[in-house]
Write a protein that binds this ligand. Structure first.
Ligand SMILES: Cc1ncc(COP(=O)(O)O)c(C=O)c1O
Length: 457
């Protein structure tokens, strides 16, 4: 076979999401750095898609994968268990601040959300309340791209094509202080979480199975942090109205915000089900998990005895071994504490970007930050979508040797441009200055090139 030299569609044998772009070919990665086949170096300031937390090139994780693959690579989770699955679950139970949570392992965040919502539905059916099926979610919000997870997401531009296949999930406004019209009012339904009560009443508590929310906003609200009492209020409403609370920690969990689970920042918050993904394997394999409280599993154990959800790649020994090695590496090197302490430095240094043109807001927690671009800072008017500002900035950042994660559409469903920053937790403090310098250079480049086209002013 001829070696593959052409890497862009239609000449490449691969097709990626964007068919109109040439992607650099990465051949080496170490710590926070990526290197392509032309020798160009990139600072990975987003850990790919919020995944790489322990850093690239950790040998002991690679070796744990190899050792397990050589020992028992795969058995099916309906027939056998394995040492890595049991031990990883024990580590996750120990890290979970609420007692007794048990783990179900899958591969992607979307799969974990899908399984978590099905688990919530099954819980109610086996508890004798089969009318409870609706999922209340938030807008903006994102929970994945499989059809139930997408149904619970508020991404109009992803959902448009598949409308007929999606289920209707009632939505409440997500806390998004920068764009909330309440101007900090103490009784704002969106910012306090009380909007959930209104939604349950409107839908009828007898029909609502679960409420799903990201404890700290991911790319949908650009790392917006809810008020301290938000999740205590959510818990209290869920208890009173008989609704399960699913905390989607796929993006913000595994230490990203400076606590193992982002929900730990909120007093009185207690989930019934937690979804995790991305950082629990540090990016070394695709691994996700559904963590369920004892009360959720008990009626199913007493009733049908089995979860009505199975996948070929669940509880896979090699994948669990990678997760186990990554979680143990995080613990051994105290990387969650580092995400908190160096994360505070990151937030402080990023805050200086607010003085730059087109930067409307900078916010976040720990090693998760969002920079929101606007056309007009005073009115917070977003750039028109036709300008593709976030995409242009992301390309300019890549040229400047900086990897960021773009998001669009959060301002009003169509418009809105964000760059997300989420570096590996091992980023040296000195590299944060480089990150900020490359960010500023990329912004100047973006504004210059869009101005030349007559777009930004
Ligand atoms: C909060 C949240 N939940 C779920 C998902 C879906 O995860 P995956 O892309 O691994 O399917 C994502 C992905 O970005 C996410 O941010």
């Amino acid at each position: 076979m001829e070696p593959v030299t052409k890497t862009q569609y239609p000449d490449s044998p691969v097709f990626y999401r964007a068919l109109d772009k040439a992607l650099p070919k990465i051949v080496r990665a170490e710590g926070c750095r990526l290197y392509d086949d032309a020798g160009k170096e990139y600072l990975d300031a987003s850990g790919g898609a919020f995944v790489v937390n322990v850093g690239h090139g950790v040998r002991e994780i690679a070796e744990a994968i190899g050792a397990q693959a050589a020992k028992v690579a795969y058995v099916n989770g309906t027939a056998f268990t394995s040492e890595p699955a049991e031990e990883l679950a024990a580590e996750l139970s120990a890290l979970c601040p609420w007692p007794g949570f048990k783990s179900y392992f899958l591969s992607s965040g979307s799969e974990a959300v899908e399984a978590a919502l099905k688990l919530a539905r099954q819980y109610w059916v086996e508890s004798g309340q089969s009318g409870k099926h609706k999922i209340i979610a938030r807008t903006p919000g994102y929970h994945g791209n499989t059809l139930l997870a997408l149904s619970a997401s508020a991404r109009g531009h992803y959902k448009k094509l598949y409308g007929d296949w999606l289920v209707k999930c009632p939505m409440i406004p997500a806390p998004y202080p920068y764009r909330c019209s309440c101007a900090g009012a103490a009784d704002c339904p969106a910012c306090t979480g009380r909007a959930l009560e209104e939604a349950i009443s409107r839908e009828g508590a007898d029909s609502v199975a679960a409420f799903i929310a990201e404890p700290v906003g991911g790319s949908s609200t650009g790392a917006s942090v809810p008020r301290p009492e938000y999740f205590k209020t959510v818990r209290e409403i869920c208890d009173r109205r008989g609704v399960l609370f699913v905390a989607d920690e796929v993006l913000c969990g595994a230490g990203r915000t400076g606590r193992w689970l982002a929900l730990e920042h909120f007093q009185g918050a207690r989930p019934d089900i937690v979804t995790m993904g991305k950082g629990i394997s540090g990016g070394y394999v695709p691994l996700s998990a559904v963590l369920a409280a004892p009360r959720v599993l008990e009626p199913i154990a007493r009733g049908s005895g089995a979860l009505k959800h199975a996948q070929t790649f669940s509880h896979v020994p090699t994948i669990c071994a990678a997760g186990l090695a990554a979680v143990r590496y995080i613990n051994k090197h105290q990387l969650v504490a580092r995400a908190a302490s160096v994360g505070a430095v990151l937030q402080r240094k990023l805050a200086a970007l607010k003085d730059l043109p087109a930067v409307g807001d900078v916010r976040g927690l720990g090693m998760l930050a969002g920079v929101e671009f606007v056309k007009d800072k005073a009115s917070k008017t977003p750039f028109p979508r036709s300008l593709k500002f976030a995409e242009a900035f992301t390309a300019a950042a890549r040229d400047a040797g900086l990897v960021v994660w773009p998001n669009v559409g959060h301002a009003d469903g169509d418009n809105g441009d964000l760059a997300m920053i989420a570096p590996p937790f091992v980023i040296p403090e000195a590299e944060i200055d480089l990150l900020v310098a490359r960010f500023s250079a990329a912004l100047t480049q973006t504004l210059d090139s869009l101005s030349a086209k007559g777009g930004v002013r």
